[in-house]
Design a binder for this molecule. Sequence first.
Ligand code: 5GP
Ligand code: ZN
Length: 136
Amino acid sequence: MKNENCIFCKIANGEIPSKTLYEDDLFRVILDLGPATKGHALILPKEHFANLYELPDDTAARAMILAKKMAALMKDRLGCDGLNVIQNNGETAGQTVFHFHMHLIPRYEDDGQKIGWEPGKPKEEELEEIRKRIVC
Ligand code: 5GP
Ligand code: ZN
C-alpha cells in the first residue's frame, strides 16, 4: 500500500526522481539529499510502512540482506573505512520521514562526523530491572 502524502512512497515508486543505486520488486536504494558523508544511502521499501514496528517479517529480512549487499558494494566502490547502518523510529529517535528507511553511512577516517552516544554507567540492579522488563 502506498500513502498519497508520503514523499518516500513517491520516490520509492519512481514518481519523484532520485539518485537510484539499486531497485528490485520490494525496494529502491537512493542517495540521501542531505548526506552525512560521501555516499550516504537510504534503503526504501516500495510499500508504505511508517517504522520498524509496522514492517512485516519478510520485508525486514529482505531489507537486512539488501543492507549487507549494499554495504559490501559501497566498501568496494567507495573505499570507505567503515559504515554505519542506522534506522530511526519516532521523532524522539530522530525520525523525520515517517516511511521506514535504513541509512547506510560510509565512514572515512577524516570525515569529521560524530555518530554515537555518551555511554551511561548503570548499576547492576538497574541493568537487572531493565533485563526483567524486556526479556522474552
Ligand atoms: P530520518 O531522519 O527520518 O531517519 O532520515 C530522513 C533522511 O531523508 C534524511 O537523512 C534526509 O536528508 C533524507 N531526505 C529527506 N527528504 C529527502 C528527499 O526528498 N530525497 C532524498 N534523497 N533524501 C531525503
Ligand atoms: Zn510512504
